[in-house]
Design a protein around this ligand. Structure first.
Ligand SMILES: Nc1nc2c(ncn2[C@@H]2O[C@H](COP(=O)(O)OP(=O)(O)OP(=O)(O)O)[C@@H](O)[C@H]2O)c(=O)[nH]1
Ligand SMILES: [Mg+2]
Ligand SMILES: [Zn+2]
Length: 307
């Protein structure tokens, strides 16, 4: 294990705490023995001047390493391969969108908004249907089929079903950095506690009155899940904002993309509203969601006409 002070080491930002960064460094010796150590870090002023914002998931170089007090200074940030804006995580390779059908109940628009966030960041989403112990098999099939018709695979899980947890571990170990995202109270932190039994992160029951989660997790944090893979717990939020330009919006819907592969609309810039020669089937489930949000975008782009 090389702990020579003059070295600069590569690590990953696993959490932000006030004005500090928690950086995890994997020290490996010649016998392949590995020890992961977390350091409380500040950053060199020059990074501020370069306007570089450091986020969880960033690969960084640290120097001035104090092994006794576990302190160091970030001197360099590697270019990002991807960036998810909300929750803010760099270098994400998979977004696992956690959605429950009961407690809190399934909300189609909210689920679509999470999916669109992933599509807009160009990061592959996977839907995890949580708390399946609270529903019967027929209902579960309805939701799996619904998501399939939108173009998404889903993995049904429950913390009360060990096999489903094992399947999740296998899935997450195949990808470098998975973010668990989704509304508050769907069970993201509970899943992590079950996937990594040495953790006991705080969780809380869904509010009976509001029928929603109470925002228990407040910060993004990365945890090692084996095979060099990382998993991010994130604070739940209930209404992700849609960020899209008018012409690119339809492209965020896999079921629209599938229709446009086989046939083309008459007009190249067709918005799939009421244009002649439009090939999009207006009876598909999410057309009304698309249309309402598109009209909102169009209206907010109209020049002000006066009162
Ligand atoms: N029945 C059942 N309850 C679950 C399951 N998973 C989580 N819960 C419960 O759901 C509640 C909310 O769980 P959390 O893990 O705090 O939810 P979260 O998504 O992390 O919520 P935020 O941190 O607020 O975003 C807790 O009371 C859990 O015990 C499950 O598989 N089945
Ligand atoms: Mg949580
Ligand atoms: Zn069209």
């Amino acid at each position: 294990m090389n702990k020579n002070k003059s070295y600069s080491c590569k690590g990953i930002v696993v959490a932000l705490k006030a004005n500090f960064f928690i950086v995890e460094i994997d020290f490996q010796d010649s016998k392949q023995f590995s020890e992961k150590i977390r350091f409380l870090c500040t950053r060199r002023n020059k990074l501020d001047h370069q306007g570089l914002f450091i986020n969880v998931g960033d690969i960084v170089f640290v120097e001035a390493i104090d092994y006794i007090n576990k302190r160091a200074v970030i001197s360099q940030v590697e270019p990002r391969e991807s960036f998810l804006k909300r929750p803010a995580v760099a270098n994400v390779t998979l977004i696992a969108i956690c959605i429950s059908v009961e407690e809190p109940s399934f909300d189609s628009d909210q689920t679509s908004r999470f999916l669109i966030t992933a599509e807009a960041s160009n990061i592959k989403p996977l839907v995890i249907l949580t708390k399946i112990d609270l529903m019967n098999k027929n209902d579960l099939k309805v939701y799996i089929d619904k998501l399939k018709s939108w173009g998404y695979d889903s993995l049904p899980v429950s913390i009360k079903n060990i096999e489903s947890i094992d399947l999740l571990i296998q899935r997450f170990r195949q990808t470098r950095l998975t973010v668990l995202a989704g509304p508050s109270g769907v069970g993201k932190t509970s899943l992590i506690n079950n996937l990594i039994p040495s953790l006991s992160l705080p969780t809380s029951a869904v509010s009976k009155k509001l029928k929603r989660g109470i925002h228990t997790t407040r910060h993004v944090e990365l945890f090692a899940i084996g095979n060099g893979s990382l998993l991010a717990d994130t604070p739940g939020f209930n209404c992700p904002e849609i960020v899209s330009d008018i012409n690119g919006f339809a492209n965020f819907f896999p079921e629209f993309r599938a229709q446009l592969i086989n046939s083309k609309c008459k007009f190249r810039n067709c918005l799939h509203r009421d244009e002649p020669g439009c090939v999009i089937d207006k009876n598909i489930e999410r057309y009304s969601f698309y249309r309402e949000n598109l009209e909102e975008m169009i209206n907010s782009h109209l020049p002000y006409q006066g009162d």
